[in-house]
Each structure stands twice: as C-alpha cells, then as structure tokens.
Design a protein around this ligand. Structure first.
Ligand SMILES: C[S@@+](CC[C@H](N)C(=O)[O-])C[C@H]1O[C@@H](n2cnc3c(N)ncnc32)[C@H](O)[C@@H]1O
Length: 348
C-alpha cells in the first residue's frame, strides 16, 4: 500500500519484484563479516567501479530486508518539488540549529568539500540547493564570496542565507537544480550538498551540473546513502531518495564525467556505522571531460515546479513523508546515546 502511495494516486498499483543489490559499507556492522555463509547476503563483484573495487568490497544483498529498494525513477513522498518546497517552508525555521547538528557538522563539511579542490580564491562556484548557506560557509573560506552563487528553490531557505554576514557578497538566486539558470561552460566548480534527495530526476540534475561546468571543471555532490537495516530502509523509502553508492557513480558517468570518485563521510559519533543510511553519507566528484552540453540525451522533465499537484495527493505525500523524516531526526540522537554508552574502541 505504501509503495502504491509513493507512486502517487496517478499510478496506484502493487509492486512486486526482485530485490536489487545494495552495498555493504565499510564501517557498517555488515562489513567484514562472512555474511554469505550465514545466509544473510549474497555477494558479487563490482566490475564497473574500480575505485570501490580497489577497496576489496563486494555488493551485499540483505536477504532479511522487508522492503524492496525503490528504483530512483519512482520518487518517494518528499522527492517532489512542491512537497520539498513546503517541507522547507517549515524546516527552514529550525534547519541550522536542529537539523544540521545531527547530520551535517562543520568537520563533515570540510571532509566532504576536500575532494572539490577549492584551490583558488578566484574560482567561479555554484552551490546548488544551497539552502541556508551552511555548505557555502565552507566554500567562502576558500573562494571569494563574490565568485559564489547560491541557488535554491526555497525562498525561505535562501532568506536564512541572506542573513549571514560571510555570505553577503554571494549571488543568491531562486532556481531549480534540474534546470539551472547558468550558461553552458560557466563555472569552475559545481557543489551541491544534501539536495539530490529531493530531485525527482537526479540524473537530470547531474547532467545540468556537467553542462554548467567549464572544461576541466569539477562537480562535487554530497548526498545520502542507502540504509541496509530494514526499518531504516522502510523510513528512507517513504521519505526521500537515499541513493546507493553505485547509483551516484553511474549517474556521473552517464552524464559524461571522467575521474569519478566517491568519498565516504559521516558524523563522528556514528563510529563508521552506515547500516541506517546517512543523510550526508558521501561526496562524489567528477571532472568535465569536454566543453559544451552533456552527451547524455534525456526526454522531457519528469516533473515541473509550475505544474499543479492534486491537493490530496500533495497532502498525503507531505504528511506521510514528513512523518517518516522524523525517524531520521531521532536516529542521530539514538546513535549519539550509543556512542556515549558503548566503551570507546568497541563497535556500536
Ligand atoms: C538539506 S538542504 C541542504 C542545504 C545546504 N546545501 C546545506 O548544506 O545545508 C536541501 C536544500 O535543497 C533544496 N532543494 C530541493 N529540491 C531542489 C531543487 N529541485 N532545486 C533547487 N533546490 C532544491 C531545498 O530547498 C533545500 O534548501
């Protein structure tokens, strides 16, 4: 039923299918155990992702999962533009003070931005889905604020960014990550942190990242990672998009990027645990290989911000999606308590 509702009233149907592969995370309580012998998982090699393969990792298929991973092409409740807009209408009030400390800390931000190579103050940088400017605060430490543009679809989030003294010289504009108002070959760096989970068509957003970059420019996309624990998977699938690591790499490669790399990040007090997924779990980078648009051809947009949504469809997506999101507000507190209780050096 939930799966049917996730699809929206437009396409009410029951889903049945094969459990797709998911990833065993280093530092998770799954990693390093011979789970295939225990009958909990099956393994296969990742031949397409040399960087990941070099870490001697296998793909793991949790057989105990209750929920079937949803393909990214079937948006979750808040993975819609209008729903995300209203979600941030309220969340922006507490975002910096209540949400970020549990998921996206300053040390994580420095760690995640490091592969972006912000190595000159003169770089032209776009921060897409920049919201209240938390990530931009990390960017302007390395790049002159006048060269940085913050784009977001939420005026409420952007209003918070405008209040920040360090960001007063940044350009701050409303816009859609899947249809960027920048010319082709414009920026040296494309940064987007914690926004992809709301994009109904993530591949399109990454194709846009490619288009707006200059030749040799670098995209750095920071986003969630998919949980392996069944309850966390359930709430993740109801709430928003938690891509698998291999999906990020696939999207980047399809958009035309070369040198695609994925760096794992996470809050310190999780002690590397990734079984519950993470809202900020990885930083993916890629370099634009040729000037001009992305070689990837896509059909028409799957969702237009201007297109009206039936009020009832909107309401049930919004209420159920926001409720599911509450689980992920509480999770870092649970992990923090575990970190306090379990002796240091022991897994939690
Ligand atoms: C979790 S916040 C991240 C904000 C900021 N990057 C940070 O690091 O704190 C996600 C942001 O993405 C924005 N967003 C969601 N969908 C978007 C879209 N299609 N285009 C532009 N921004 C979008 C939301 O409005 C929100 O401000």
């Amino acid at each position: 039923m939930v799966s049917a509702m996730l699809n929206g009233a437009e396409s009410l149907c029951l889903t049945r299918g094969i459990v797709q592969y998911s990833y065993g995370f280093s530092g998770s309580d799954l990693y390093g155990k011979n789970l295939s012998k225990l009958g909990l998982v099956s393994c296969c090699n990742l031949t397409n992702f040399p960087r990941i393969r070099s870490k001697k990792m296998n793909t793991l298929v949790p057989k105990c999962s209750l929920s079937t991973p949803r393909p990214a092409s079937q948006p979750r409740f808040i993975q819609h533009k209008k729903e995300a807009f209203w979600f941030y209408r309220f969340l922006s009030i507490v975002y910096d003070h209540v949400i970020n400390p549990g998921h996206w800390t300053e040390d994580m931000r420095e760690d995640a931005l490091e592969p972006a190579e912000l190595n000159s103050r003169k770089l032209t940088v776009v921060d897409v889905g920049g919201g209240t400017g938390f990530t931009t605060l990390g960017i302007v430490k390395k790049v002159d604020a006048k060269n940085v543009t913050i784009l977001d679809q939420s005026p409420h989030q952007l209003a918070k960014a405008r209040e920040k003294e360090e960001l007063k010289d940044c350009k701050i504009i409303e816009g859609d990550a899947e249809d960027l108002p920048f010319p082709t070959d414009y920026a040296d760096r494309y940064i987007s942190a914690g926004s992809i989970e709301y994009w109904p068509d993530p591949q399109r957003g990454i194709k846009e990242a490619y288009r707006v970059l200059k030749l040799g420019g670098k995209a750095c996309l920071i986003g969630p990672v998919y949980p392996t624990f069944w309850l966390s998977r359930f709430f993740a699938d109801v709430w928003m998009l938690f891509p698998k690591e291999e999906e990020y790499i696939d999207w980047f490669q399809k958009a035309g990027f070369k040198d695609v790399q994925l760096k794992r990040i996470g809050p310190k007090w999780y002690r590397g645990v990734r079984r519950h997924g993470l809202i900020m779990g990885c930083s993916v980078t890629g370099v634009k290989r040729a000037s001009g648009d992305s070689p990837l051809q896509l059909g028409p947009k799957t969702e237009d911000v201007e297109k009206p949504v039936h009020p009832l469809v909107f309401l049930y997506r919004f209420i159920l999606g926001a409720l599911a999101g509450t689980y992920y507000v509480l999770l870092p507190i649970y992990m923090w308590l575990k970190d306090q209780i379990v002796p240091k050096g022991q897994p939690i």
